[in-house]
Write a protein that binds this ligand. Structure first.
Ligand SMILES: Nc1ncnc2c1ncn2[C@@H]1O[C@H](COP(=O)(O)OP(=O)(O)OP(=O)(O)O)[C@@H](O)[C@H]1O
Ligand SMILES: [Mg+2]
Length: 475
């Protein structure tokens, strides 16, 4: 082994383990420049040398690239005070391929050795510099990776270079080229990784944003559902006041009766007791109504429980009793005795019934003849409970029977057009369906199904008592 072989070998190992192109280049030139007798070492790369990294682009001939770019330089001036040989700008930062031995190495892709300047002085671009610094020898090796030329490594020596050293330098140049190409590949992978990370972060942000929007939408739906309930209750205020007033008035009458029995010369305690227990019942009736109203006004969280829809129907009839009476509407029920319970949100299901019943009463307000509101419940196949609300009102708007479920569709001067939309959402969130058709000879009929077994429809059932905004059917 030549004396230069050992350090060159360990330098090759060092640079091959580097991952950054800049470090590889710096280590190569500094490592070579620190060898005995070496004055200056430089690396020029073709601007297109990045094609070496991936090996995917077609290789271009050096002629097409036209110049080499100085990318690394290291050396120690002896007689050039103030000069910095690691400086990359200036005179030879861009070297046309037609110029000098370095250009020749690139064009021919063959190494060049100038053994001793003393016997040959036409090879160097700056002979005065070579003379001043005692430069005697030059070795230029192409840096090749696979079939691509990356550039040239050039070494200026103050002692004559031997053939042996030249050969070792050639072997080192091959390793150096691999190290440069590897580092480029690493950098490219790192760049892609960063890009992917950025894209991933962007996607994560989008997902988070979407989730926030979904939460906001759900909240808006919940608010809307609640607002619908509150506004329906608002319409009922007068009727409800009347409804509550009734048991209170009855309680007063019963209290007076009770007092009368007690204030007799011989108080009739038995009669007084009967009257007093009627007062208790009256009080309970009033408080039941108030409680139901309060529930409907509440914005409480969703509660899934076993609901007896027959009971829900009766409750809503109680609440709407005065409203129906006011418009001389006869309310009839045909409720299946063996109706199974359903799993659902009691208040939401009450809201559906309230919307349908109030719509029916509205539809009958102005019609002559019988005004009849019929509510039926029955068990049908596939484990479903079917509820129907039919009336003898004006009937569904002609040609618009399906539009009535659209948001904001209303034929009423003060309607919001959200009642049916919200009702359909609630029913579908319970795994059922809501639809409407004519009720000959006059009026409309609304039917909805609710499965007796719970079906989770989390998109809607999460959060507050709310419904989907799209109202789309599940079938
Ligand atoms: N029982 C019915 N008979 C005839 N038409 C009806 C009946 N129920 C609903 N409609 C029609 O469907 C429309 C939409 O009803 P929906 O309950 O969604 O809104 P609205 O009753 O108009 O307003 P809101 O419920 O907000 O007071 C009504 O305006 C009406 O034209
Ligand atoms: Mg309505």
């Amino acid at each position: 082994m030549s004396p230069a072989a050992e350090p060159l070998l360990s330098l090759a190992v060092t640079v091959t383990s580097e991952r950054r192109v800049e470090s590889v280049l710096r280590n190569i030139v500094q490592g070579l420049a620190s060898q005995p007798g070496v004055a200056l070492t430089r690396i020029w790369l073709l601007p297109s040398a990045d094609l070496c990294g991936s090996g995917q682009e077609p290789s271009r001939s050096p002629e097409q690239t036209e110049y080499l770019r100085l990318v690394a330089s290291a050396g120690t001036p002896v007689n050039s005070p103030g000069e910095d040989w690691s400086f990359l700008q200036g005179h030879f930062s861009r070297l046309p391929l037609t110029v000098g031995k370095v250009g020749q190495v690139a064009v021919n892709r063959n190494p060049i050795l100038i053994k001793d300047l003393l016997s040959q002085n036409d090879w160097i671009l700056r002979p005065e510099w070579a003379k001043r610094e005692g430069i005697r020898s030059f070795a230029g090796h192409p840096l090749r990776f696979r079939d691509d030329l990356l550039g040239v490594v050039g070494l200026f020596s103050r002692k004559p270079l031997t053939e042996q050293e030249f050969t070792w330098l050639g072997l080192f140049a091959n390793q150096a080229a691999v190290a440069i190409a590897n580092a480029r590949a690493f950098e490219e992978v790192e760049r892609l990784r960063c890009q992917l990370e950025r894209e991933n972060n962007y996607l994560q942000e989008q997902i988070a944003e979407r989730k926030r929007a979904e939460v906001a939408l759900r909240q808006a739906q919940a608010d809307l559902t609640h607002a619908n309930r509150v506004s329906s209750m608002g319409e009922l205020t007068a009727s409800l006041a009347h409804e509550v007033n009734q048991p209170i008035a009855a309680a007063i009458t019963d209290a007076n009766t009770c007092l009368r029995w007690l204030s007799r010369d011989q108080p009739d305690l038995e009669e007084a007791r009967v009257a007093a227990s009627r007062i208790v019942q009256d009080g309970r009736r009033a408080s039941e109504i108030v409680n139901r109203v309060r529930l409907l006004f509440q914005k409480g969280t969703l509660q899934r429980e076993l609901v007896d829809l027959n009971e829900t129907i009766r409750e809503m009839m109680l609440l709407l009793h005065s409203q129906a009476t006011q418009f001389t509407v006869l309310v009839r029920t045909e409720l299946a005795a063996d109706l199974p319970q359903v799993m659902g949100d009691r208040v939401q299901l009450q809201q559906v019934l309230m919307n349908l019943m109030m719509n029916s009463i509205d539809a009958m307000k102005d019609v002559d003849g019988t005004r009849e509101l019929t509510i039926q419940s029955q068990r049908i196949k596939n484990g479903l409970v079917l509820i129907s609300v039919s009336d003898s009102g004006v009937g569904l708007p002609a040609q618009q029977a399906e539009q009535i479920f659209d948001a904001f569709f209303t034929t009423k001067p003060h309607g919001t057009g959200m009642g049916l939309r919200i009702s359909r959402s609630i029913v579908e969130s319970h795994g059922g369906r809501l639809w409407a058709f004519d009720n000959p000879p006059r009026g409309a009929r609304f039917c909805f199904t609710i499965p007796t077994k719970a079906e989770a429809h989390d998109s809607v059932l999460l959060g507050d008592r709310t419904g989907t905004a799209d109202g789309s059917r599940s079938d």
